[in-house]
Ligand binder design. Structure first.
Ligand SMILES: Cc1cc2nc3c(=O)[nH]c(=O)nc-3n(C[C@H](O)[C@H](O)[C@H](O)COP(=O)(O)OP(=O)(O)OC[C@H]3O[C@@H](n4cnc5c(N)ncnc54)[C@H](O)[C@@H]3O)c2cc1C
Length: 285
């Protein structure tokens, strides 16, 4: 978090849009043991800055909680959809973005550079997410997997909640009486379409958390690029140092990506070693 916030703040300034939305997280406490667990965790050094030790009473009649909430502060969410849109426009305006499918066969590796059609560059960084599973022959040693996730946007005129609520799922207020609800994890389903089963599961979890009417505005599915050890993977090809990989952001791309991008840049430009737990070196070719 300490690494990522300055990055998103700098992007807000560069792009002239609001990306960071501060909001506390209220974790629903279901059982008495949960109160004890909360108190114990909240006194740990690394949790103290975030976990309020006092259990919060529920003031929202639209939310169901028998025993109140554990409150996490200094938290929020980043509007990544807006970030991608605005960054795309920004890069296009500088004529630094080409939107096309990358074809591995068209990449030529020369001494100290790469050529792709009419582009010549010192390095190429592959940031393909799960696309790296099928479109990248150079990093096949990386045990990349895809973990399907589904989420819904709902609208409720009666909920009036400003905090992020965490029960069986997260419910994040995104404005205009809308909330993002999610998400699911499925390691087996390789189909990219949203499923009725996941929607039902999200609704079941949501209805344990709220007791007001709502409409589903949208329901979508995607794949998280995951490594079995749940760590990102960055580094350069053992033989061709012009080729770099940046992948495995898993379910925490927002938090991981700024640190990983800085680490990879520092390695390529200054030779600063990459922390071993996120390095490509942990996978042998
Ligand atoms: C339902 C769901 C909920 C999530 N919630 C959160 C959350 O709350 N917080 C969080 O931090 N993370 C969350 N994530 C995870 C987050 O989405 C990922 O960590 C993040 O998207 C990874 O970013 P990436 O750029 O590495 O890969 P991607 O976002 O997958 O981007 C890779 C891009 O490369 C492109 N590409 C691939 N191959 C090629 C090619 N050959 N040519 C051209 N383009 C190509 C793809 O089209 C894609 O645009 C969630 C994921 C899902 C599915």
């Amino acid at each position: 978090m300490s690494n990522s916030m300055p990055t998103y703040k700098a992007l807000e300034i560069e792009l002239g849009v609001r990306l960071i939305h501060h909001a506390s997280i209220l974790k629903i406490i279901h059982q008495k043991a949960g109160i004890n667990d909360w108190h114990q965790s909240s006194v740990k050094d690394d949790c103290k800055p975030y976990m309020n030790p006092n259990i919060q009473q529920n003031r929202n009649p639209g939310i169901r909680t028998a025993l109140g909430f554990g409150k996490v502060t200094n938290t929020g969410w980043v509007d990544t959809a807006l970030l991608v849109d605005e960054f795309t426009t920004h890069m296009k305006s500088k004529e630094k973005l080409m939107q096309a499918t990358f074809e591995a066969n068209d990449l030529q590796i020369d001494d100290n550079c790469v050529r792709y059609r009419d582009i010549k560059a010192k390095h190429i960084v592959f940031t393909q997410g799960v696309g790296g599973l099928t479109h990248n022959p150079w990093f096949s040693q990386v045990p990349l997997q895809q973990t399907k996730g589904e989420l819904m946007i709902i609208e409720s005129q009666d909920l009036h909640e400003k905090s992020i609520i965490k029960g069986g799922v997260f419910m994040i207020p995104i404005g205009n009486h809308r909330y993002r609800v999610g998400s699911t994890y499925n390691w087996k389903d390789q189909n990219e379409e949203p499923t009725q089963k996941a929607q039902l599961r999200l609704q079941q979890q949501l209805e344990k958390m709220i007791q007001v009417p709502y409409q589903i505005v949208s329901h979508s599915a995607g794949f998280r690029p995951t490594i079995p050890d749940r760590k990102p993977v960055i580094g350069v090809h053992p033989q061709f140092s012009q080729l770099a990989i940046f992948n495995g952001m898993g379910s925490r791309g927002v938090l991981q990506a700024p640190f990983c991008a800085r680490s990879l840049y520092d390695y390529i430009e200054k030779g600063t070693p990459i922390p071993s737990e996120i390095s490509l070196h942990r996978f042998k070719k």
